[in-house]
Design a protein around this ligand. Structure first.
Ligand code: SAH
Length: 255
């Protein structure tokens, strides 16, 4: 593969993966190492930022729940401004930029302002967590489909297609679902999944601080509360969760 020199005045929207820096793509690692400026959000791990040039400028544009340090519109404009100074800008986002990452909105602004851009996919949290927690997201015996949804609460509830989610032979992966966990489990049971249906929640997937709590729709909310998990966490619902007993391999933090 011939290395292509990064071009000044471009913005590279780069997926930083779920945390373990070895899960970056080769392209992502190269662009991070070549960037003049990196604009990163709070899900990007320190280990990944450590690949930047020592003289690169690191700008935090992170968002934590309830604490928007830079409104999205300002992030969009910042990227346009930086690109127009001729710098090689890497916009780093946790996981994959086009999965619950508002990457589409940022690129729409770049496109509207005539800034050249490229998008580099990353390993999304679902894929990273599935592998490192020993939970295959699909499996011929348990699930032929896998759905990714956001569990972000709006006005205290989740606006999701519950009948579509509460199905057997399907895995449901919920991003941003920790604070709505009991609501989520209750809704899935209300729409027909049994209380003993397997479910797991994983903190800091692929990182040394990874912790996994498994249970059922009935038990998981209490178990998670006792475990005192810290964000980011990912919830996986479905029979594939039972495979973890056999397939786990990653040494987790015991909490
Ligand atoms: N673009 C990201 C998702 C951004 S939304 C991606 O593709 O992964 C943020 C949510 O992603 C978090 O609330 C959490 O649910 C999930 N997440 C991201 N990284 C995670 C990790 N290392 N472990 C567990 N969940 C993670």
């Amino acid at each position: 593969m011939k290395p292509v020199p990064a071009q000044p005045g471009w913005v590279y929207l780069v997926g930083a993966g779920p945390g373990d820096p070895e899960l970056l793509t080769i392209k992502a690692a190269r662009l991070i190492g070549e960037a003049d400026v990196l604009v990163y959000d709070n899900l990007v791990s320190r280990a990944v930022l450590g690949l930047a040039r020592p003289d690169a400028e690191l700008m935090y544009a992170g968002k934590e729940r309830g604490n928007h340090s830079l409104p999205q519109e300002q992030i969009n404009q910042l990227l346009v401004r930086l690109a127009k100074t001729g710098k090689r800008v890497v916009r780093l986002k946790g996981g994959d930029p086009y999965i619950f990452g508002r990457g589409g909105e940022e690129v729409e602004t770049l496109q509207a302002d005539g800034v050249h851009f490229e998008v580099v996919p990353g390993i999304t949290a679902a894929a990273g967590v599935g592998s490192y927690a020993g939970i295959p997201l699909t499996h011929r015996n348990y699930a032929q489909a896998c759905v990714f949804v956001t569990g972000h609460l709006k006005d205290g509830s989740m606006n999701l297609d519950w009948p579509g989610l509460a199905r057997k032979r399907q895995t449901v992966v919920i991003y941003m679902g920790l604070s709505g966990l009991s609501h989520l489990c209750a809704k899935l049971m209300e729409h027909g999944l049994p209380p003993e249906w397997p479910a797991a929640i994983v903190q800091h997937g692929t990182q040394p601080s990874q912790r996994t709590v498994t249970g059922t729709l009935a038990s998981l909310p209490k178990l998670a509360e006792h475990a005192n998990l810290r964000a980011p966490t990912l919830i996986i619902v479905g029979e594939v969760v039972t495979l973890r007993d056999k397939l786990r391999w990653f040494e987790e933090d015991r909490g």
